[in-house]
Design a protein around this ligand. Structure first.
Ligand code: GLA
Length: 350
């Protein structure tokens, strides 16, 4: 046991490879500087106590050994109770603690405030119990965090966000192959080019979660019909044989997987104009084949292109949230756009 630890879980930007994670495909995310900080202090008794000053009525207290699932297990409390429960179910030693939660990421922003919260909670809870998370344990921990999201928060998301938050590295993006969870670090050398994010002004809502879960169900339906484990294993001809909208969903996944490796090749060749074209193609596919864009997102993409971006696209689940753009050296970020650079993965600050 340690008297007190401070854990930081970063949000993430996904350079490319959207809605591929739960389809056994490829993605290329990186951890960012914004995220969630959790201070955990050991306390006497048998409870976990939590204070989340940024949230409405931000206090909670429950038995460490038996986090409740009741009418109050919603919003941020579902993350805290779920994290304690799932770490315990994973056989990890925990200790009574006070958790103080604060963050620099807007919720529902598409920059993965949820994974940042899960990951910061996990490192804080384990840290205060005296447990260091080894590098080779981080993927297993990402799965535990994802169970919180799936089973306690109710979003049927994949492993993209938690993996990026836990395994991120300064200056690098991660090529993740979700078929076997193979992770390769790819240097993100942008020279004088910049990546920026801009808020569409439309926060993810319940509708977004419904849209997301519906897309996931459609892809599972498509895989069942084709007799493949995930739609990433389908051929383009098989995709075309499906009824609409399933054919478009599968085509998006297959082409998006190919764009991830095309982006890795373009980065290795230093061809950033090509990376911009791939971002544009990804966005068009998410809009036209995956139906995951909205008017607010389209306006934000257009504004960034008008400002001179070489490419721009929605990031994360879509249906609102942030837009990512790649700006050539001579382009000044338009008002409201903020530069993002790949930062370190989740870590203890002290
Ligand atoms: C959200 C989910 C991820 C992933 C993206 C879309 O961020 O949490 O698992 O599916 O959407 O790529």
């Amino acid at each position: 046991m340690t008297a007190s630890v401070t854990a930081f879980g970063p949000g993430r930007v996904n350079l490319i490879g959207e809605h591929t994670d739960y389809n056994g495909g490829l993605a290329l995310p990186f951890a960012i500087a914004e995220g969630v900080t959790v201070v955990a202090t050991a306390i006497d008794g048998d409870d976990v106590r939590a204070i989340a000053s940024d949230f409405d009525g931000g206090r909670d207290a429950f038995p460490l050994a038996d986090p409740p699932r009741d009418d109050d297990t919603t919003g941020w409390r579902a993350f805290v109770r779920g994290m304690v429960a799932e770490l315990g179910a994973d056989g990890r030693a925990l200790t009574p603690a006070l958790l103080e939660i604060s963050g620099t990421l807007a919720r529902g922003s598409g920059l993965s405030s949820s994974a940042a919260l899960e990951v910061a909670l996990a490192l804080a809870l384990l840290g205060v119990a005296g447990v260091d998370v080894a590098d080779d344990d981080r993927l297993a921990l990402a799965r535990v965090c994802s169970r919180v999201e799936n089973d306690w928060v109710g979003a049927q998301t994949g492993l993209l966000d938690q993996t990026a938050s836990l395994l991120g590295r300064s200056g690098r993006a991660l090529r993740i192959d979700f078929r076997d969870m193979d992770v390769t670090e790819i240097p993100l050398d942008l020279g004088a080019w910049t990546l920026v994010t801009a808020d569409s002004g439309q926060a993810h809502s319940l509708d977004a979660a419904e849209g997301y879960n519906e897309r996931r169900a459609e892809c599972e339906d498509a895989a069942r019909r084709l007799g493949v484990a995930t739609v990433s294993e389908a051929t383009p001809d098989q995709a075309a044989s499906l009824p609409d909208p399933l054919s478009r969903r599968v085509r998006h996944v297959l082409e998006e997987n190919a764009r991830v490796d095309a982006t890795v090749a373009a980065l290795r060749a230093g061809d950033l104009a090509d990376v911009g074209r791939l971002l544009d193609a990804s966005h068009a596919s998410l809009r036209d084949l995956y139906d995951a864009s909205t008017d607010a997102v389209e306006r934000t993409v257009s504004a960034l292109r008008d400002a001179g971006a070489a490419g721009a696209r929605m990031v994360g689940g879509g249906f609102g949230g942030h837009v990512l753009a790649l700006l050539p050296p001579d382009v000044t970020p338009p008002p409201g756009a903020r530069a993002v650079t790949p930062g370190p993965g989740a870590h203890l600050l002290r």
